[in-house]
Each structure stands twice: as C-alpha cells, then as structure tokens.
Design a protein around this ligand. Sequence first.
Ligand code: HEM
Length: 374
Amino acid sequence: MQRLFGELKRYVGFSADDERRLRTLHPRVLPHFERTIERFYGRILEHDDARAALERGERRVGHLKVTLLQWMEELFLGPWDEAYVDRRARIGTTHVRISLPQHYMVTAMSMVRSDLLDVLDAPDFGDDDRHSVQRVLDLDLAIMLHTYRLDLEARQARAERLATFGQLVGSIGHELRNPLGVIETSLYVLKSKVDGDPRVSKHLDRISHQVTLANDIITQLLDLIRDKPLGRQKVDLGRIFLEVAQAVTRPEGVQIELPTYPTAPVSGDPVQLRQVVMNLVENAVHAASPQGRVVIGAARVGQSVDVTVDDTGPGIDPSIGGRLFEPLMTTKAKGIGLGLALVKRIVDRHGGMIEASKSPLGGARFTVRLQEAS
Ligand code: HEM
C-alpha cells in the first residue's frame, strides 16, 4: 500500500507545494464542510439501496458525520504520510466489510469533489488551489479503490480454492453414497432376521444411526458446493421458527423460546431459509446443553428483518476468530464444521448478512439479516 501511495503521488504529481497549499486552504474551506457533509448523507438517505448500505454498518449517521468531518480535515491538513495511507485504507476496508458497492463510494467522492470545487470557484482562489484539491482527492480515491481490488483478489483466490475443494468433495461424496446405500439395504435385510435378540437389534440400530449421520454429512457437503437455484417467495418466518422448534432434537433441560409477536415476512427460498434457522438452532441447542435457553427473535430494521438466535452456552471460542464461517471449522467433538459454512453460503446467496456476537444471555448470538418481502 505504501509503495502504491508513493507511486500515485508521483503519478498525480502531488508535491510539497500541494501540501503547503492545502494547509493554507484549510481555514478558508472549513466553514463549507458542514454543508457538504449534510449533502453527502442527505443523498445517501434519500436512496433506498444506499440507505440500506448505511444501515449495514454499526455506526449511526451522527457518528459518521463526525468521522467524515475528520476525513475532510485530514485531506487539507495531512500529514500525507504512512499513517495517512493506513487510515484511508482502513476506511476502504470498513466499506468492503459492510459490502458498500464501489459505485456509491465513487459517486459520493465526486459529490465531495464538486462541492469543494464550487467553493474554490470564487475569484480569490487560483487554478493551483483547485489542482491541489483534485490531486489529493485522486490519491484518496485510488487508496479506497485499491482496497476494493485487494478484497476482490482475496475473494477470487478463495473461490478458486473452494472450486478445487468442491470438485474433490463432490466426487468423494457421490462415491460414498453407493457403499452407504449397500449398507442400508443389508441392514434392512438383517433387521428382519434378528429374531428378537435385543443386543443384535441395538447394534443394528447403532449402525443405522451412523449411516444416517454419514448420509447427512454428504448431503450437507453436496449442498455446500452446489448452487441450488433460489426459489424466492414471501416467507413466513414465524412458521419456520415453529417447525424448527418442533423438529430439533434437544435435551429436556434446554428450552426454546419463540417470538410472541408477529414477524414480518421476508423474501427468500423457504426450504433454504428453514435450513439456515435449523442449523443455527441446532448449534444453539448444542451450546446450551444440557441445561439452558435458546431464544429466537426477529426485528425489522429499515427494509430488512434481523433474525437472531441467542443461547446461554459458553459463547464463541475466541481462538476461531474470523474463521467461524469457513468450512471444516469446528470446536464440537462430533461435528465436521459444515453447518455454519452452509448457513453463510445460503445467506450470501439471498443477498443477506450473517454475523456472530456475544449474546445478552451470556452465550453466542447469531444475527441473520434478510430482505423484507415487498
Ligand atoms: C467519499 C466517500 C466516502 C468517504 C470518504 C467515507 C468515509 C468514511 C469514514 C471516515 C468512515 C469511518 C471508518 C472507521 O472509522 O472505520 C466510514 C464508515 C462508514 N461508511 Fe463511509 N465514506 C464514504 C462513502 C460512503 C457511502 C456512499 C456510504 C453508504 C452508502 C458509506 C457508509 C459507511 C458506513 C455504514 C460506515 C460505518 C461502518 C461501521 O462502522 O460499521 N460510506 N466512511
């Protein structure tokens, strides 16, 4: 990043003269910042999709206005050193994290540029002043675009890794279905010949249970690598919650609590969304076992609905860090770490978001943001 900055500075011709000029300009442009900031957020809030991007973040608009003011101050005061580049790159990373489409950032930058140039159009400013402002904005834009490129490259590398992994997993999965099918058929035959010996029956049941588990793992693996088409429709979350609560296996000591209020319908594939809720609730039950609570909630946030699953378990193991949603990541003695990867995959394909945090109940909270059905 530092090398890029040096190269860019040379390319746009950003020099010590520009630095001096920008500092001199600062007190004269400062009174206009507030108007630019109001326009900046006014435009975002007017636009449904841009506002949704804003709501994906954690910060409120009031706080963002303060950070934008700092950003504008630094544009004119520098110092345009390594720390400057790092801070600018961090803003870019923040935007990538909230999946801010690149075109919103570019158009927002154009708006700032045209506002500043309007101010500098007055007769007491010169061409040099305008050029310095153009150059520093070019530098900032380039840094932010660069973070988008880095993110794209990382995602491409990940997609390639997953494609190779997917092909391998797909063929192994299919190959394993056949021997498991033979075991299932033979079990069926054996069960009819047991002649009431309880020990033999018990062992056959155990084998049968393990075959079901192995088949489930293969199904999850194949679901993970296959892009099942989305059958989007209006989905009643309340119904899914109820079905899942009834279907999930849980020890007696674990209570599942459902929302007692009506939940807004979301747009999505009901089968896949049921799977999302099922996997999250299964994990929560596992975490809360043998004695505890799992609380499912849903709340409207702008044009979206946030589904939350909270538990009273031990919380997320900090050693997992940001790899929680990666395939094969697990801390369960009996899991192979596909459930959350699959959940994330489905949520991504719905254009939603998922995140894990600490629950007010003491354990983990998973929040899935989905689009409200129109
Ligand atoms: C020239 C364009 C832009 C600049 C200079 C800018 C600047 C900033 C800065 C300084 C931060 C704080 C970063 C941090 O402390 O981590 C930030 C965060 C954020 N920006 Fe922007 N921004 C721009 C465009 C946009 C647009 C167009 C949107 C929305 C449509 C947007 C949405 C957000 C959100 C939601 C956050 C907070 C994320 C979080 O903390 O959760 N930004 N931006």
